[in-house]
Design a protein around this ligand. Structure first.
Ligand SMILES: N[C@@H](CCC(=O)N[C@@H](CS)C(=O)NCC(=O)O)C(=O)O
Length: 219
């Protein structure tokens, strides 16, 4: 198989790449990463990307290794099109890319901070950092509520885009760690995201691993 995705079914950043692959029905091989294993795909993964953050896309046909979820999405859009995630209009593309950064930096990152607090050793807990992460999530939710209240269907407007791919795992996990409460426009937007078969598929594929999510399946 030309494309090999080094990933794990629970990983939010891996969902960002799985969703476009499913949307475009692009064939690929799933190389399951198990950190700490002495053999298997993780060995090649760490050789190719010593930073050790998944996902990693290996394109054997083009002899390319691509990392960083947003860059992989752009790469797929260019070389294996079909998901239609980057708007053709340059200004619309900029908006979609901005929202991708928004979800990664202001939802996914503080959400990850809350998760890693759960797995920190007792003496290394950081309540100040946790409070900061929760405050950032509240600001992000409020900004999203105001932004989505203008009646748009998807994050960047009427077309489903890169922005919605990033929003899907961010909001899926963030609502478990720090619920957004009474924010009807955000809730309605999230409900629309969950109607997407590609998103439903990654959620379903993660279920057998959900017990590994720090804090448990319901957080
Ligand atoms: N900026 C990276 C973030 C990737 C990332 O943080 N991946 C997590 C999984 S969701 C990971 O590999 N964590 C392993 C670790 O930190 O050891 C991207 O967009 O791909």
């Amino acid at each position: 198989m030309t494309l090999r995705l080094f990933a794990h079914p629970l990983s939010s950043y891996c969902w960002k790449v799985l969703i476009p692959l499913y949307e475009a029905a692009t064939p690929f091989t799933f190389e399951m990463i198990q950190f700490g294993a002495e053999d298997g795909p993780v060995v090649e993964f760490m050789q190719r990307w010593p930073i050790g953050k998944m996902p990693l896309l290996r394109d054997e046909a083009r002899n390319e290794t691509v990392v960083e979820s947003s860059i992989i999405i752009e790469y797929l859009d260019r070389h294996y099109p079909g998901a239609g995630l980057i708007p053709a209009d340059p200004d619309a593309a900029l908006t979609a890319r901005f929202l991708d950064r928004f979800f990664d930096n202001y939802v996914m990152t503080p959400q990850g901070r809350l998760v890693f607090e759960v797995i920190r050793p007792e003496g290394a807990r950081d309540p100040f950092g946790v409070a900061e992460a929760r405050a950032l999530l509240d600001k992000a939710y409020s900004w999203l509520e105001a932004t989505l209240s203008d009646g748009r269907t998807w994050a960047a407007g009427e077309a489903w885009s890169l922005a919605d791919v990033s929003a899907s795992p961010s909001l899926f996990y963030a609502q478990r760690c720090h619920p957004w409460g009474d924010r009807p426009a955000l809730q309605a937007y999230y409900d629309r995201l969950e109607t997407r078969p590609s998103f439903q598929r990654v959620i379903a594929e993660a279920q057998p691993f959900m017990h590994m999510f720090p804090g448990g399946p319901d957080y």
